[in-house]
Design a protein around this ligand. Sequence first.
Ligand code: CTP
Ligand code: MG
Length: 335
Amino acid sequence: KSNRREPFHRFDAGKCTTTLLAIFEALIPPADEEKRRKQLLTSLDELVSGIWSEARLFLFGSCANAFGVCNSDIDVCLSIEGESATRSEVVCTLAEALKANHMQNVQALTHARVPIVKYSDPKTGISCDVCVNNMLAVVNTKLLHDYAQIDVRLRQLAFIVKHWAKCRQVNETYRGTLSSYAYVLMCIHFLQQRRPPVLPCLQEMEPTYRVTVGDIDCAYFDKVDNLKGFGQQNKETLADLVWSFFDYWAFRHDYTHTVISIRTGKYLSKVEKDWTRRIGNECHLICIEDPFEVSHDLGRVVDKHSIRVLRDEFRRAARIMQQEVNPCPALFEPY
Ligand code: CTP
Ligand code: MG
């Protein structure tokens, strides 16, 4: 397998990095987007407090994890302790209240694995997904956010990979490709593996942050200000990293035997996770361990057909990075 990679690429690392950084900058949300989000959150907070006095709202997902591009929807978790109604019932109650409050496109998805209400706020023009008591998502959002503070190259690489995945239509879980969350985990793991490493493994360090969600103990080192400069020994440019990332997933990853795990900062074997067979709809053709819900494989949505689509796209991207003098236009060419 390894003979498929020639030792040189044709792009100039400096020039290609400049182009990639310009794309990254253009994807960063403008400052006023933050303001509009706060506005939406304030009015949602008023609404839910009127129904459930104990209710609290938490942002999660790309609007809070540092990996959000402009114009993305916002993800909100409504936390109500000691509520006897089911999550679906809460979702229905909230949907009615939002409609009465003149919100648009209100939809209650009560049968989803995680019940949510979708709506858009006419005042801010923002679309919002609200779920109920999904605190694990809030905690993994903080973990991703903390990783992003350690080395700027993580945020840059993840923006580029997410943008590529959207352009190439391989960021669609309902069609068997990977979620944005999965791509960010792949980027973190990749940067933990560089030699010298660009990122540490926060869950393997002495915990400074600890919460329990259900029966899951979430603990890791979160004093990331102390880790600024961690990756300085590694001099790779963004272009080098993008090239190596695609080369890794195209030609080097052992899809048959291994699981990537940011929790351990290592590779695990599918055998030790018992992810060797298909159970129901869950396949394990590409294995990405969730950092806290360790029985959860983010790759389980990928099936026999979509794994080919995905691996073809990784190979396409790797070849472009390998062969083109100016790889960006072809890399992000809409599918
Ligand atoms: N999440 C999760 N488990 C999953 C998928 C998602 O816990 N299998 C949670 C994570 O907290 C993640 C959030 O849901 O940050 C949103 O997921 P996703 O939409 O994939 O990522 P975003 O960062 O919101 O990306 P996008 O910009 O594409 O909306
Ligand atoms: Mg999202």
